[in-house]
Design a protein around this ligand. Structure first.
Ligand SMILES: Nc1ncnc2c1ncn2[C@@H]1O[C@H](COP(=O)(O)OP(=O)(O)OP(=O)(O)O)[C@@H](O)[C@H]1O
Ligand SMILES: [Mg+2]
Length: 395
């Protein structure tokens, strides 16, 4: 077990690709850290550098305070589980699990004991003499896990180990991996591009984009306090609603001006301290779907048009449009492209039509008209404000 520190770690591949830039991240002893981000953001590269499978070209990697940059994969004592967890087809489950021990020349008795223990932990005891082709996908995945845990490594590295499994098995294995990690207490670095997996599994999550760490923190912390537009848009499903408005400080308090109307936030609106610096500037406003409500009540409301209702008991999702004429800044478009490339077309279409899409998440029993105009109310304390030029949260 170990504390892992990326200290200004970077990776430039020979072809010039700068896959990871100035990564500073500490994984505490026994911690489950999930690295998440869109395809190509450098997750696997970071993991492979930790494993010693890819040379580090900048910075230092420390295990328990000792630099391991020059240490070979074998001497780092890490166990890795990949997406394509190639098992040896000609070996039995038992031999597959034993492989890393046998190749290190461990005594036969010791190997047998450890394999039995790993198989027991993973519910594989009755399959020990089978070959991989006679196992289900989930069982094969467990054999791959067995091969990792049989060694008591200092560090587990897992690169999308569940992505080949169907949804149900994935949920089950997710829970098993969490349980296993907690009982074994092995420091773990787990890569996924699935934000739900990240949110449910990680003690902390590190979000990357374009080789750059965006934010690291507990799942709730990232959800409640995203540091920038990218994190805001990446974490949460349905995604945080984002629209542009001009922020103005008036005698009656701060207001957000859109072409669809002026939202009076009220004199008591507890805007972040730095919001004053953005007086008369375009900001990106973020509101989580669950922070929108219907009906009369305190607080400002957005004039929206309901286009579609999706019932997903115990909740329903209202898809609405608001008028928002401000053209989207490059920053907002770039974030949308990185989070979900297919959203860019929608965004362009919305910009031409001078509108923004908002989703509200309400209890399924909330009475809602079939379509047409409605007021979406929100609590100004729930607003997230971002600088429209650089995408950073306004603190
Ligand atoms: N061996 C390599 N040589 C050159 N460039 C590479 C190599 N491996 C990866 N890259 C580049 O480095 C960047 C990061 O790749 P990486 O595999 O780390 O991304 P990832 O976040 O794991 O993506 P995915 O979710 O698709 O697995 C990409 O732009 C990729 O094209
Ligand atoms: Mg990868």
């Amino acid at each position: 077990m170990a504390k892992i520190q990326f200290d200004g770690v970077g990776k430039r591949y020979d072809n010039g690709a700068h896959a990871v830039r100035d990564l500073n991240l500490t994984i505490e002893d026994g911690e489950f850290m999930v690295v998440v981000g869109p395809s190509g953001c450098g997750k696997s590269t970071a993991l492979r550098m930790a494993a010693g499978l890819e040379p580090i070209t900048e910075g230092r990697l420390l295990f328990d305070g000792h630099e391991v940059n020059a240490l070979s994969a074998r001497d780092r004592d890490v166990a890795m589980v990949f997406q394509n967890y190639a098992l040896y087809p000609h070996m039995t489950v038992s031999e597959n699990i034993a492989f890393p021990l046998a190749s290190r020349g461990m005594a036969k008795d010791e190997i047998a004991q450890r394999v039995a223990r790993a198989a027991e932990t993973l519910g594989l005891t009755e399959y020990l003499s089978r070959r991989p082709k006679a196992l289900s996908g989930g069982q094969r995945q467990r054999v791959a896990m067995g091969r990792a845990i049989v060694r008591d490594p200092r560090l587990f590295l897992m690169d999308e180990p569940l992505s080949n499994l169907d949804a149900k098995l994935r949920n089950q294995m997710r829970a098993e991996i969490i349980g296993l990690q907690k009982t074994q207490g092995v420091t773990t670095l787990y890569v996924t591009h699935d934000q739900t997996e990240a949110m449910t599994m990680g003690d902390r999550i590190a979000i990357m984009r374009g080789g750059v760490l965006q934010q690291a923190g507990a799942p709730r912390d990232l959800y409640d306090h995203p540091a920038n537009l990218f994190v805001a848009a990446f974490i949460g499903s349905p995604a945080m609603n984002l629209f542009q408005a001009d922020l103005r400080f008036t005698d009656s308090g701060p207001v957000l001006v859109t072409s669809g109307g002026t939202l009076e936030l009220g004199p008591g609106a507890a805007l972040p301290a730095r919001a004053r610096d953005h007086d008369n500037r375009t900001v990106v406003v973020g509101l989580r779907p669950e922070h929108l409500s219907l009906g009369d009540g305190p607080g400002p409301s957005l004039a929206a048009t309901l286009t579609l209702t999706e019932e997903l008991p115990p909740e329903k999702l209202l898809h609405t449009l608001i008028t928002a004429e401000t053209p989207m800044t490059d920053q907002v478009v770039a974030v949308a492209a990185d989070v979900d490339a297919s959203a860019v077309g929608d965004l362009a279409q919305d910009a031409r039509a001078h509108r923004s899409r908002l989703v509200a998440r309400l209890p399924v029993d909330t009475p809602v008209p079939a379509s047409g105009p409605l007021d979406l109310r929100f609590d100004p304390a729930r607003l997230h404000l971002f600088d429209a030029r650089d995408g950073q949260v306004i603190r």
